[in-house]
Design a protein around this ligand. Structure first.
Ligand code: SF4
Ligand code: FE
Length: 484
């Protein structure tokens, strides 16, 4: 079976020669860097759960290429059951890591590139799909983590790519050669890039004819010459440098985003999947975004499960859990969280095949899913802060708790219910802080807003897919209005 163990995965990352800057310094060993390592642990979990028989049905799939058992993160969805299982797998991983586990971006990119290259070849007579399938075969055989890369920096939003003062603000072709292409530019907010083996690049917006040089899709090794990474800051990230395990809130897991820079990167033709076919750029953006909007109906729900559990415990530890308003707020949090899950499942169950055979989610429902994700985690977080109380952000540090003299004082005055150790209360409050305000808030809050496209992007898709004309006809029929 082409499956890596978690240990083999970690070792495979150690062999990479990544060029990473973090807080102004080159990182020689990203795998063991205290700020980066928790994010590696989250991706490692996608390998670990795949080894466990109880999760086999969700974590593994059968390759449509050669029938072998593969990690679902490298799979192309062959039916709507695959789409449903994808969402369930993401919820499971959100529950196990309470953070972004990063591997979905590549899965979503591969599913989108598959169907778009197939349709592009059929219309234009190109051979991108065959190249892509060779790449996918390598990914499945080696059980790689792939990082999907879509978002360009974009510079002045009022100008198209070719009108920017600095042309590098969108990834573009610098040179076409007999053996491949040379590209420059950058991708922003790149989730999990340093924990990946390969990058799958897509265009960031629908391109017009004048921007054909920006209609690009290709794959590249993460450590190719001509790529480097600048690590994104997260709130409270340097708490990971302090030692201890309480103040970080989640000492084991996390996510990361980087600015990924292509400086005259060479890509051989075999890894190029779109090169100037601007009329297909919008379709690729739409499909990738659709899959990733579905994804949020799984991953954010799993993190939400942990947050709701943490809040329930915090109320028990403080003795407030029996108050009726507390119970009601927890019910509201569950209701909101399950509504997101309902949308994730619904857009999956309503999936249908594309021309290549790969299944696509229902785009309207996937966009409704993500639109809700731009709101509900914020309300869940608001309720979490309400129930957790102010102590979550005012309590002393772990070092104070461990101090030979004032430790006793911290222990005494932070006590809630007599039977619960103060340390447990601090741990659960720090976990809530981590998800709502700390490093994990990148994934749970701001990413809920902007990840897979900002709210307005979904509203545009909802207006396109909403079929208002048909709804008007329905109303006319009921109201007995004849004619147009
Ligand atoms: Fe996966 Fe969610 Fe992270 Fe996107 S935000 S990579 S869907 S865990
Ligand atoms: Fe995301």
């Amino acid at each position: 079976m082409p499956l890596m163990t978690p240990e083999q995965y970690e070792e495979s990352l150690r062999k990479l020669k990544l060029k990473v800057y973090l807080q102004g310094e080159l990182v020689s060993n990203p795998v063991d860097h205290p700020i980066i390592r928790p994010s590696m642990n989250s991706v490692k979990m996608t390998y670990a759960l795949a080894q466990e028989p109880q999760y086999e049905d969700l974590m593994l799939a059968t390759s449509h290429l050669n029938g072998s058992r593969i990690n679902r993160f490298t799979h192309l969805h062959q039916n709507s059951d695959d789409l449903v299982k994808k969402v369930k797998m993401q919820r499971l991983l959100g529950q196990k890591t309470a953070s972004c586990f990063q591997r979905c971006v590549g899965m979503d990119a591969m599913n989108a590139v598959d169907s778009v290259t197939f349709e592009m070849d059929r219309k234009l007579g190109t051979n991108y799909h065959e190249r892509f399938i060779k790449f996918l075969t390598r990914v499945q055989d080696k059980d790689w983590t792939v990082d999907g890369a879509m978002t360009d920096p974009k510079g002045d939003r009022s100008l198209s790519p070719s009108k920017q003062a600095d042309l590098d603000l969108f990834v573009h072709i610098v040179e076409k050669r007999a053996d491949g292409i040379v590209v420059s530019g950058a991708k922003a907010h790149q989730t999990g890039a340093l924990n990946s083996h390969a990058i799958l690049v897509m265009p960031t917006i629908s391109m017009g004819k004048e921007d054909a040089d920006y209609a690009l899709s290709f794959a590249t090794p993460v450590d190719a010459e001509g790529i480097y990474y600048i690590y994104g800051r997260q709130s409270c990230d340097t708490r990971k440098l302090e030692g201890g395990s309480i103040d970080v809130g989640n000492s084991q897991f996390g996510g990361h985003e980087v600015l990924m820079v292509f400086d005259n990167l060479f890509v051989p033709w075999e890894n190029v999947f779109m090169c100037g076919e601007y009329e297909f750029s919008g379709l690729l953006v739409e499909r990738f975004a659709g899959y990733h909007r579905q994804s949020y109906g799984g991953c954010k729900v799993g993190v939400g499960d942990v947050l709701i559990g943490a809040v329930a415990l915090a109320t028990e530890y403080s003795g407030s859990s029996r108050a009726s308003h507390v119970k009601d707020k927890l019910i509201e949090m569950i209701h909101l969280n399950e509504t997101l899950y309902g949308c994730g499942i619904a857009c999956s169950a309503e999936g249908c095949p594309t021309a290549s055979g790969t299944y696509l989610i229902d785009l309207l429902l996937a966009n409704v899913c993500k639109q809700n994700v731009t709101r509900f985690p914020y309300e869940i977080a608001r309720l979490a802060e309400d129930l957790a109380g102010g102590l979550m952000v005012t309590m002393p540090s772990e070092k104070d708790l461990r101090h030979p003299e004032i430790g006793k004082i911290v222990e005494k005055y932070l006590k809630g219910v007599a039977t619960v150790p103060t340390e447990d209360r601090m741990r659960i409050l720090r976990l809530i802080e981590n998800i709502t305000l700390g490093t994990a808030a990148v994934g749970y809050r701001t990413e809920s807003m902007h990840g897979a496209g900002s709210p307005q992007a979904q509203r545009i898709m909802i207006s396109r897919q909403g079929n208002l004309e048909q709804k008007k006809e329905l109303a006319k029929a009921i109201a007995c209005i004849a004619g147009k």
